[in-house]
Write a protein that binds this ligand. Sequence first.
Ligand SMILES: [Mg+2]
Length: 321
Amino acid sequence: MTFAKDYKEIYRNQIKKQIRLNQEHLQSLTHLGSQINFEVDPPKFPDEDPARKVFFFDIDNTLYRKSTKVQLLMQRSLSNFFKYELGFDSEEAERLIESYYEEYGLSVKGLIKNRQIDDILQYNTFIDDSLPLQDYLKPDWKLRELLIKLKKKKLGRFDKLWLFTNSYKNHAIRCVRILGIADLFDGITYCHYEKPIEEEFICKPDPKFFEMARLQSGLSSFSNAWFIDDNESNVESALGMGMGHVIHLIEDYQYDSENIITKDHRNRQQFSILKDILEIPLIMGDNAFHHSAIAIKEMEEIEEEGETVNWSKQQINVQSS
Ligand SMILES: [Mg+2]
């Protein structure tokens, strides 16, 4: 018991120390794009504009690459929380983390359902706020250039670029500030870890969370929106909500140099698989097949839940950037 208490104390002190370092680092940032320009919790929804086009971006493993290894850092952080804060041994901690992720899509939902934590925000502070992100992420000027272009007529014509994340606002904003892209976004829809545990915890892929993002961004119809995420369930949900173009980012996608665009002609929806977020220009409207432009077109019928969806599949060979 004493040992467990000691470890918990050491663990908590380490967390506190790292959070202090992270805060100091964040305050010291002066590089381009290190400050946000939008209001984080506006008091009311903007008016819906039928002409408004919004691009929704997931953050973790999307705005920065999976290969940055931030995910491993998160897993370690989660594992330490289960061990030192909740008192599980290593094996049980790993088993629970895995089963919660599989069952609920987010570990915190499992902890809430099983009443293993009583303060969700404190959990989030221990996990996300204590990550030494500054050791793993740095400003991404190529991504910055892409995001700037997405608002311009020539490439994307988007009225708003919107952060749409299952993390809490602290982590989300810290990520985009370090990446040097914070000033390019128009708002954020994030998970409310600060809510009392009795209230429903809503996150992706829940359609209610998508509806929240629609209202907060002032989007009139999902068909006017683009969406990018690395998580399959979120991608499926975005398609189900009728997003105009849904991109599944799979960094280690098995096809070496090809990305795929499919179109559902009846619902005017598009779905793409990209290996790198910087490839977005290749799937943009008329520009989609310029560059290396080898498109193989084939029609196929996909049976989905008893409904026939008429998709056409196009593979594009991506050799230019
Ligand atoms: Mg993600």
